[in-house]
Design a protein around this ligand. Structure first.
Ligand SMILES: [Zn+2]
Length: 417
């Protein structure tokens, strides 16, 4: 351990610098659809990460396909991804990534005034939306790499950093970049927040966002109700069926999050839109959900005067805890042990880009980021002491890989990439 100590100590000495950096970054509102805010954030990240000495690419993402409130398809502009690579010919290639979009903090989130008012620094805690998820993770990733690059153990390890602006949307635009990275790296490290007690996430459920568009027929509600086909009534039946399906299958969660449609109360509405999220515990649950949706669509095809369109798919397949991913988690926990941290892991219903990387064959640990809580809410907070603590964890992991003390693939593992 002593040979790693100077570089680990340098991180402990940077607590204040890390606090300043994250406090600066949370002030930049970077909601997933706030392309101006995302561009401001990207400029800051580019400056910080380019100093690591790798190549830097700014990669525009294609717009996200979506369904507008009229039920028509539309395209929503996204920010750009940043990719940095160093030593791409080294024998061991490590992928490191995290998103820089946030759920709150842009035109689609809480108001600018509310977002700014929520930022508060007190007693070792930063209260700000996006602080733990994932601007703290961005700081941890940057500082861990700085320490690693300053050490003599970096020569045999190449790395690729991908910072994406659309993860909170399911990474619709950056998915091809994640897949590309999965194909040329041996292991992946993602800097999503760890659990509030400091533990890591092992298995993750799969997730998909879907939009159902029911069209009926408009009519005067008093004069010609028999001519109308009420799209909202039909959608209500569909939602009840979805809810029942979710309750009957323990591995599945159904959440209808938004319903739109209708207008004047004396008119039979001809349009209803429901947006919902499905979570699947395993591949069989995902397949069952896909079958169920196909059945719903087929059932609607025979209803006179109605039509149903279903959009969406499982953007994140379930992430099982097995093979290289389990080996890597054990290696991280072992590094934690050497730093006096007792790291355990548990399953989560939340998804991350780790689901996509695992599905593309890249073993990965995805909760190497900051400790905090209430993520995805205006009450989000970040424990500032977790910044040096977790930067040390990743730096030690990288240095032990680089020194050869930690072999990858782990002994007995089936896959080395
Ligand atoms: Zn996140």
């Amino acid at each position: 351990m002593h040979r790693y100590a100077p570089y680990l100590d340098s991180l402990s000495a940077q607590s204040a610098a890390m606090t300043d950096l994250v406090a600066d970054w949370v002030k930049v509102r970077s909601g997933s659809y706030d392309t101006a805010g995302l561009a401001r954030m990207a400029a800051k990240l580019k400056t910080s990460f380019a100093a690591l000495g790798g190549t830097c690419e700014e990669l525009p993402l294609p717009p996200q396909a979506a369904i507008d409130p009229q039920g028509s398809s539309c395209f929503l502009p996204l920010g750009q991804a940043l990719r940095f690579r160093k030593r791409p010919d080294a024998p061991l290639q490590v992928f490191l990534g995290i998103h820089y979009d946030v759920v709150y903090g842009g035109p689609a989130g809480v108001s600018d005034v509310a977002a700014d008012a929520a930022i508060r620094l007190e007693a070792g805690v930063l209260h700000a939306s996006g602080a733990a998820d994932a601007k703290g993770g961005l700081v941890i990733l940057l500082k861990a790499l700085e320490a690693f690059e300053a050490s003599p153990f970096s020569a045999g390890v190449g790395w690729e950093v991908l910072l994406n602006p659309d993860e909170e949307l399911g990474s619709p635009g950056s998915l091809p970049l994640l897949k590309e990275a999965a194909g040329r790296n041996h292991l992946g490290l993602l800097f999503e927040p760890c659990l509030p007690d400091g533990n890591l996430v092992g298995a993750r459920k799969g997730s998909g966002n879907f939009t159902a568009v029911v069209r009926g027929r408009a009519a005067h509600a008093g004069r010609d109700p028999h001519l109308g086909r009420n799209a909202i009534h039909a959608m209500a039946e569909l939602i009840v069926e979805l809810d029942r399906f979710g309750r009957e299958r323990p591995g599945l969660n159904v959440n209808v999050g938004r319903v739109e449609g209708g207008g004047a109360l004396n008119r039979v509405p001809d349009l209803a839109i429901a947006r919902f999220n499905l979570r699947a515990g395993g591949a069989a649950d995902q397949a069952a959900a896909e079958d169920f949706l196909r059945g719903l669509a087929a059932g609607f095809a025979s209803r006179e005067g109605y039509s149903l369109e279903l959009h969406g798919y499982f953007t994140s397949p379930p992430k099982p805890l097995e093979g290289g991913t389990l080996d890597l988690l054990k290696a991280v926990a072992e590094c934690g042990g050497r730093l006096g941290m007792d790291l355990r892991w548990q399953a989560s219903g939340g998804v991350s880009d780790g689901n996509k990387l695992a599905a593309a064959g890249l073993p990965n640990v995805d909760t190497l980021g900051a400790r905090g809580d209430n993520i995805h809410s205006p009450k989000e907070w970040l424990a500032l002491d977790s910044l040096p603590e977790r930067a040390r964890l990743t730096a030690l992991l990288l240095m032990r890989l680089g020194s050869g003390e930690l072999a990858w693939p782990a002994a007995g593992s089936g896959r080395g990439g």
